[in-house]
Design a protein. Structure first.
Length: 94
Protein backbone atom coordinates (compact mmCIF):
# COMPACT_ATOMS: atom_id res chain seq x y z
CA UNK A 1 0.00 0.00 0.00
CA UNK A 2 1.43 3.35 -1.02
CA UNK A 3 0.57 6.32 1.13
CA UNK A 4 0.23 9.70 -0.66
CA UNK A 5 3.02 12.03 0.44
CA UNK A 6 2.00 15.35 -1.06
CA UNK A 7 1.47 16.44 2.52
CA UNK A 8 5.21 16.38 3.25
CA UNK A 9 5.91 19.09 0.70
CA UNK A 10 2.94 21.12 1.90
CA UNK A 11 4.10 20.90 5.51
CA UNK A 12 7.59 22.03 4.54
CA UNK A 13 6.15 24.95 2.61
CA UNK A 14 3.86 25.95 5.47
CA UNK A 15 6.72 25.66 7.96
CA UNK A 16 8.67 28.27 6.02
CA UNK A 17 11.14 26.04 4.21
CA UNK A 18 12.98 28.11 1.64
CA UNK A 19 14.19 27.02 -1.78
CA UNK A 20 14.91 23.62 -3.16
CA UNK A 21 18.36 22.10 -3.09
CA UNK A 22 19.59 20.06 -6.03
CA UNK A 23 22.01 17.50 -4.66
CA UNK A 24 22.96 13.89 -5.08
CA UNK A 25 20.76 11.61 -3.00
CA UNK A 26 22.63 10.60 0.11
CA UNK A 27 22.67 6.98 1.13
CA UNK A 28 22.11 7.62 4.82
CA UNK A 29 19.01 8.78 6.63
CA UNK A 30 21.02 11.23 8.69
CA UNK A 31 22.25 12.99 5.55
CA UNK A 32 18.68 13.13 4.26
CA UNK A 33 17.49 14.70 7.51
CA UNK A 34 20.16 17.40 7.18
CA UNK A 35 18.76 18.15 3.74
CA UNK A 36 15.20 18.10 5.09
CA UNK A 37 16.22 20.59 7.78
CA UNK A 38 17.48 22.80 4.96
CA UNK A 39 14.10 22.67 3.24
CA UNK A 40 14.75 20.01 0.61
CA UNK A 41 11.35 18.60 -0.34
CA UNK A 42 12.77 15.72 -2.38
CA UNK A 43 14.89 14.59 0.57
CA UNK A 44 11.77 14.59 2.75
CA UNK A 45 9.90 12.54 0.16
CA UNK A 46 12.77 10.06 -0.09
CA UNK A 47 13.01 9.71 3.68
CA UNK A 48 9.29 9.03 3.94
CA UNK A 49 9.41 6.51 1.11
CA UNK A 50 12.35 4.71 2.73
CA UNK A 51 10.44 4.19 5.96
CA UNK A 52 6.79 4.15 4.93
CA UNK A 53 6.22 0.40 4.98
CA UNK A 54 8.12 -0.42 8.15
CA UNK A 55 6.64 2.51 10.09
CA UNK A 56 3.10 1.88 8.87
CA UNK A 57 3.40 -1.82 9.74
CA UNK A 58 4.82 -1.03 13.17
CA UNK A 59 1.99 1.38 13.99
CA UNK A 60 -0.63 -1.03 12.65
CA UNK A 61 0.68 -3.82 14.87
CA UNK A 62 0.22 -1.50 17.85
CA UNK A 63 -3.26 -0.23 16.97
CA UNK A 64 -4.76 -3.03 14.85
CA UNK A 65 -6.91 -0.30 13.31
CA UNK A 66 -6.43 1.12 9.80
CA UNK A 67 -7.83 4.60 10.52
CA UNK A 68 -5.81 5.03 13.72
CA UNK A 69 -2.71 3.79 11.93
CA UNK A 70 -3.14 6.33 9.15
CA UNK A 71 -3.64 9.15 11.67
CA UNK A 72 -0.60 8.19 13.73
CA UNK A 73 1.52 7.65 10.60
CA UNK A 74 0.69 11.14 9.39
CA UNK A 75 1.24 12.68 12.82
CA UNK A 76 4.64 11.00 13.06
CA UNK A 77 5.82 12.57 9.79
CA UNK A 78 4.32 15.94 10.67
CA UNK A 79 6.42 15.91 13.84
CA UNK A 80 9.54 14.91 11.89
CA UNK A 81 8.98 17.91 9.63
CA UNK A 82 7.93 20.28 12.41
CA UNK A 83 11.02 19.52 14.52
CA UNK A 84 13.46 19.00 11.63
CA UNK A 85 15.67 21.88 12.82
CA UNK A 86 16.35 20.09 16.11
CA UNK A 87 17.80 16.99 14.41
CA UNK A 88 21.37 16.22 15.46
CA UNK A 89 23.23 14.65 12.49
CA UNK A 90 25.62 12.97 14.92
CA UNK A 91 22.70 10.86 16.19
CA UNK A 92 21.00 8.02 14.36
CA UNK A 93 17.70 8.94 12.67
CA UNK A 94 15.84 5.71 13.37
Amino acid sequence: MDIPFKLVGQVLALAGAVGHQEAAKPSRDEALMVQVAGGDHQAADELVHRHQHSLFSFIYRLTMNQADTEDLFQETWLRVIRYRHTFNPDKKFT
